[in-house]
Design a protein around this ligand. Structure first.
Ligand SMILES: [Zn+2]
Ligand SMILES: [Zn+2]
Length: 259
């Protein structure tokens, strides 16, 4: 399996920089997990091949350019862009984003060939198919309904925490999954902002270290830290490196990781 964290920040000459302001991962050029930067940094080929998007929660950094992505593709789609999410998240997207005021309700629109957007609800705890993958999502501990998930192509398996603080079901899911090749987990704030991390339900390097003790299996899995708040990036990276957890590294936007 191949995965990228799409860049969301660029310098004045258009080159991607390491700060992560928006969240969007692309798996095997086909499936996106969240859609923060989806309209900004897909390759032309990926624009033609990504038609399935999992939305873990409706925070703006995870959906910011989803409406723009569908708008860009409107005339050329030969099949709808499928949004996979819990019904709760779908309701927020329909009522607060695709509501004819903020943006058109694409779920009601067609081009000459196809509907342009379709919701595919999934239930937490139940396996669902998405493109060539199978996935299971569970609730995590964030300030709005949010899911973490695992996704597998049948051979390799990736786990995504999404945005969360201390959580249980996610680790139960990870621990009962026979194989995990990589875990993408958030570390938003530096340790001195632990209180802010707590109220906004995110991790700091110190709370992440504690949390990782719940991962009882898969000691050999790669751990990629993500969702580092750009204003504190340097410090968070330093604190993460100081944890000296083997296999833990900071995920670089734009880089392709493969297992
Ligand atoms: Zn969030
Ligand atoms: Zn976020």
């Amino acid at each position: 399996m191949k995965i990228q964290l799409l860049p969301s920040t660029f310098d004045s000459s258009g080159r991607a920089t390491p700060e992560q302001r928006l969240t969007c991962y692309v798996i095997d050029d086909r499936v996106a997990v969240d859609a923060g930067s989806i309209a900004l940094s897909l390759t032309a080929a990926q624009r033609g091949s990504v038609r399935d998007i999992i939305v873990t929660h409706p925070h703006m950094d995870h959906i910011a350019t989803l409406p723009i992505f569908i708008d860009d593709l409107f005339g050329e789609l030969e099949e709808p862009v499928r949004i996979h999410a819990t019904q709760e998240v779908i309701d927020v997207l329909e009522n607060d984003i695709f509501n004819w005021t903020v943006y058109p309700r694409f779920s009601e629109l067609k081009n000459a060939k196809s509907k342009v957007m379709e919701y595919v609800p999934f239930r937490v705890g139940e396996e669902f198919r998405i493109a060539h993958l199978r996935a299971i999502a569970v609730n995590v501990n964030h300030i709005v309904p949010t899911v973490g998930l695992i996704a597998t192509d049948g051979e390799r398996t990736l786990a995504f925490s999404s945005d969360t603080a201390e959580t249980e079901e996610f680790w139960q899911l990870v621990n009962r999954t026979p194989r995990i090749d990589a875990l993408l987990i958030e570390a938003s704030f530096p340790d001195y902002l632990s209180q802010l991390a707590e109220v906004s339900r995110h991790f700091t390097p110190a709370s992440l270290k504690k949390e990782l003790r719940k991962m009882k299996k898969h000691r050999d899995a790669d751990i990629l830290t993500v969702h580092i708040k750009p204003s504190y990036r340097e410090q968070v990276v330093e604190e993460l490196n100081a944890l000296k957890i083997p296999k833990l590294r900071v995920m670089e936007p734009g880089h392709t990781y493969e297992w």
